[in-house]
Design a protein around this ligand. Structure first.
Ligand SMILES: [Zn+2]
Length: 90
């Protein structure tokens, strides 16, 4: 194997796409370490494939946030009703 091929392979190996999980963690604000955050943002800007998946991840996180809010509202409503029932039984 010649030197050029080795260098090419090395660069190719370094070009790792961002995983869906990391994109979700990024939009959830869970990536706080700048050593992880900087390459993640740089890659998203440089890579159209990951930029598209980043948008999907953002949509997914937004949907999950709305679902979580609706769920907790429902739980609170149900909890009030259950507590109300308990009180009326006494
Ligand atoms: Zn990528």
């Amino acid at each position: 194997m010649n030197e050029t091929a080795t260098l090419y392979n090395h660069d190719f190996m370094n070009w790792e796409h961002i995983s869906d999980l990391d994109l979700e963690r990024y939009y959830l604000g869970m990536v706080k370490d700048k050593h992880e955050l900087a390459p993640l943002e740089e890659h998203t800007l440089a890579c159209p494939s990951c930029a598209g998946r980043a948008e999907d991840a953002q949509d997914y996180v937004d949907t999950m946030r709305i679902a979580a809010i609706l769920f907790s509202e429902r739980e609170r409503y149900m909890g009030r009703r259950l507590r109300g029932k308990g009180r009326s039984r006494r």
